[in-house]
Design a protein around this ligand. Structure first.
Ligand code: SPV
Ligand code: MG
Length: 541
C-alpha cells in the first residue's frame, strides 16, 4: 500500500475489529482540526457542508460545489475522507460521474443513501420515499464499476428505519446492497435510543462493516457499541454546530460591547491561525525555492563637504543636512533612492558628521574631508563599492524617473547626463559644470536607441561645445564597480589623490579604453551650491 493511499486507510479503518470514530468536517479548516484532534478519518457531512455554505440540506449546493469543498479538505489533511454523497445526485449515471471525480480528488469513500434526488435531511418530516431496491443496487454497482482506485469504499446507507419501515425491510436492503458490491452498510436511525441500530447489528448476518450515526441517540454510552458488529461511529455534525454556537457567542458579544478587550482571551491568537495553515512551511519553501530576481542594489552617497558657499546655513551642519522644505536634503535623496528600491544606502560623511541623523543609512567617515575631494571620499567607501550600485553626490536632487531609467540601463558604468545644461533660465551661468563630449549627441526623438559613449570629460567651461553635463549620478554594474575600485587604487598612489574628483577618475578610465555610457535626460535635477540653488531646490520638492 502506498503510504498516501487514503482509500486503503479508510478500508482498513472500516474493517478493523476495533471501533473506529470518524468525525465531521465541512471545509478545509474543520478538516484540519479533525485531524489535529487525532481522528483517523473525516466524515464530510452533507448537512454541515450545506450549512457552512448557508444553504439547506436539500441538494441546494450542487455536487460540483461540494466537490470543491472536498478538494480543500483533502489537500489540507492526510487522513481519509468519507464523503456524504446523499443519494448520489440522481441515478446510476450520476453516481458514476461522482465516483470518478471523487477518486480523482483523493477522496477515500462515498456514502450514498437509498432515497431519491433531491434529498431531504433524514431528520425532517416523516416517511420519506425510499428508492426502489433494484434501482439503488444499480447505483451501487455503477459506483463500484467506476472507481479508479480499487480501495475506494462505497458505503450504502439504509433509510428504511427512519422512513417508518419495519426492521425486515432494513435487513433485506442491507443484504441486497452487500450483494450489489457495497463495502459497508450505514444503518441510520432517528430514535433517541440506540435500540434500533443495536437490534439491526444483532440480527444482520452480513459480512461487510456496519456504521452508525448516533446524532439523535447521542445519550447512549459508547461502550454499548463495543463488542457488537458495529465497526464505526460517525459523529456527523458536531463541528458545524460548535462553530455556530461559538461564532454566535463572539459576534453577539462584540456587537454589544463594541470592543475586543474581553473576547481576545476567548479566541485563538492570530499566530495560531498562521500555524494551523502551515505558514512556517511557506517560509522554509521560500528560502529553498524563491529565486529573488530583484538583485539588491545599494547606494553610495558622497556627502562629506561643508558647503561654505551656503554661509551661516552650513556653520553647524554639512550641506547635505540643509533643510529643504522641512526635511534635510539628504533625507529627500534617501527617499528617492528607497523609492527606486535602493534600501541599503552608505553615506560618506565628513564635516559635522555627528549631525547626519538620517534613519536607515550607514555612515562612513572621511575624517580627512577638509583636505580631500570626491575620490578620497569614495575611497573610504571602498568596502561598500559592490555592484550593482548607485553612486551619487550628496548635494543633488533629481526626479525619481531619472534614477529609474538609469537603473534599467545595461552598461557597466553609466552616467546621468543633463542635456539642458546651457539653459541658464533656472541655472546660474557661472556655476561649475562637469561637461562631457559623447559619441552620439542627444536628439529629442522619443526613442533614442543608440547608446551614447562618453568620449571625454571637458574643462569647466560653459562656452565649450559639449553634449551635456554630468550631474554626479552613476550606475555601476558588478563589473563597473570592480573597475572603479581598481582605478581608485591606482589614483591612491598619485599626487593628485587628495584633490581628485569624479570627472578625473572617469576620464582616467576613458583614457584606459574603458567604456562609459551617457544616459541622457533633460533637466529635472538641481545641485546645491549656494543660496540661489537652495531657493530653486525648495521650489523643486
Ligand atoms: C449528514 O451529516 O449530512 C448526514 C447525517 O447525512 S444526518 O444528518 O445525521 O442524516
Ligand atoms: Mg447528509
Amino acid at each position: 500500500m502506498a503510504n498516501n493511499d487514503k482509500a486503503m486507510k479508510l478500508k482498513r479503518l472500516l474493517e478493523s475489529p476495533k471501533l473506529t470514530f470518524i468525525m465531521e468536517a465541512h471545509n478545509g479548516l474543520s478538516a484540519k482540526i479533525v485531524e489535529e484532534a487525532g481522528f483517523p478519518g473525516i466524515w464530510a457531512s452533507g448537512l454541515s457542508m450545506s450549512t457552512a455554505l448557508g444553504v439547506r440540506d436539500n441538494n441546494e449546493a450542487s455536487w460540483t460545489q461540494v466537490l470543491e469543498q472536498l478538494e480543500f479538505m483533502a489537500d489540507a489533511t492526510s487522513i481519509p475522507i468519507l464523503v456524504d454523497g446523499d443519494t448520489g445526485y440522481g441515478n446510476f449515471n450520476n453516481v458514476r460521474r461522482l465516483v470518478a471525480k471523487l477518486c480523482q480528488r483523493d477522496i477515500a469513500g462515498v456514502c450514498i443513501e437509498d432515497k431519491l434526488f433531491p434529498k431531504t435531511n433524514s431528520f425532517i418530516g416523516e416517511n420519506q420515499p425510499l428508492a426502489e431496491v433494484n434501482e439503488f443496487c444499480g447505483r451501487i454497482k455503477a459506483g463500484k464499476d467506476t472507481q479508479s482506485n480499487p480501495n475506494f469504499c462505497l458505503v450504502a446507507r439504509i433509510e428504511a428505519l427512519i422512513s417508518g419501515w419495519p426492521m425486515e425491510e432494513a435487513l433485506t436492503r442491507a443484504s441486497a446492497y452487500e450483494e450489489a458490491g457495497a463495502d459497508a452498510i450505514l444503518i441510520h436511525s432517528k430514535k433517541t435510543t440506540a435500540d434500533e441500530v443495536l437490534e439491526f447489528s444483532k440480527t444482520w448476518s452480513g459480512k461487510i462493516p456496519l456504521i452508525i450515526v448516533p446524532t439523535m441517540y447521542y445519550k447512549t454510552p459508547t461502550e454499548k457499541y463495543r463488542n457488537t458488529s458495529i465497526s464505526s461511529i460517525i459523529w456527523a455534525n458536531q463541528n458545524m454546530r460548535a462553530a455556530i454556537s461559538s461564532m454566535r457567542k463572539i459576534s453577539r458579544k462584540i456587537f454589544h460591547e463594541e470592543t475586543l478587550t474581553e473576547v481576545e482571551e476567548e479566541i485563538v491568537a492570530v499566530k495560531e491561525v498562521f500555524s494551523l495553515v502551515g505558514q512556517n512551511e511557506l517560509a522554509d519553501a521560500e528560502k529553498k525555492y524563491f529565486q529573488n530576481n530583484n538583485i539588491e542594489i545599494s547606494g553610495i552617497v558622497l556627502a562629506a563637504s561643508q558647503g561654505i558657499k551656503l554661509g551661516h546655513l552650513t556653520k553647524e551642519i554639512p550641506k547635505c543636512m540643509v533643510d529643504v522644505r522641512g526635511k534635510p536634503l539628504l533625507q529627500h535623496l534617501v527617499n528617492t533612492l528607497s523609492g527606486c528600491g535602493i534600501q541599503s544606502v552608505n553615506v560618506v560623511c565628513g564635516f559635522k558628521s555627528e549631525t547626519v541623523n538620517i534613519k536607515n543609512i550607514k555612515k562612513i567617515e572621511n575624517s580627512r574631508y577638509r583636505e580631500t575631494g570626491e575620490v578620497a571620499s569614495l575611497y573610504t567607501a571602498l568596502d561598500n563599492l559592490i555592484g550593482p550600485c548607485i553612486l551619487t553626490y550628496g548635494d543633488i536632487l533629481f526626479r525619481p524617473y531619472i534614477l529609474e531609467t538609469l537603473l534599467k540601463t545595461e552598461g557597466d558604468i553609466v552616467c546621468a547626463i543633463d542635456t539642458m545644461w546651457k539653459d541658464t533660465k533656472y541655472r546660474d551661468a557661472n556655476r561649475k559644470v562637469d561637461l562631457v563630449e559623447c559619441s552620439v549627441p542627444f536628439t529629442a526623438t522619443y526613442l533614442q536607441d543608440d547608446t551614447a559613449q562618453i568620449k571625454a570629460f571637458k574643462d569647466n567651461d560653459v562656452n565649450k561645445n559639449a553634449d551635456g553635463e554630468f550631474i554626479g549620478l552613476i550606475k555601476l554594474s558588478e563589473n563597473g564597480a570592480e573597475k572603479i575600485k581598481n582605478i581608485l587604487d591606482e589614483i591612491k598612489s598619485e599626487d593628485i589623490y587628495d584633490k581628485a574628483d569624479m570627472p578625473y577618475l572617469l576620464q582616467k578610465l576613458i583614457c584606459k579604453g574603458e567604456s562609459i555610457e551617457a544616459h541622457y535626460f533633460t533637466g529635472h535635477w538641481l545641485d546645491l551650491d549656494d543660496a540661489f540653488d537652495l531657493a530653486r531646490m525648495r521650489n523643486m520638492v
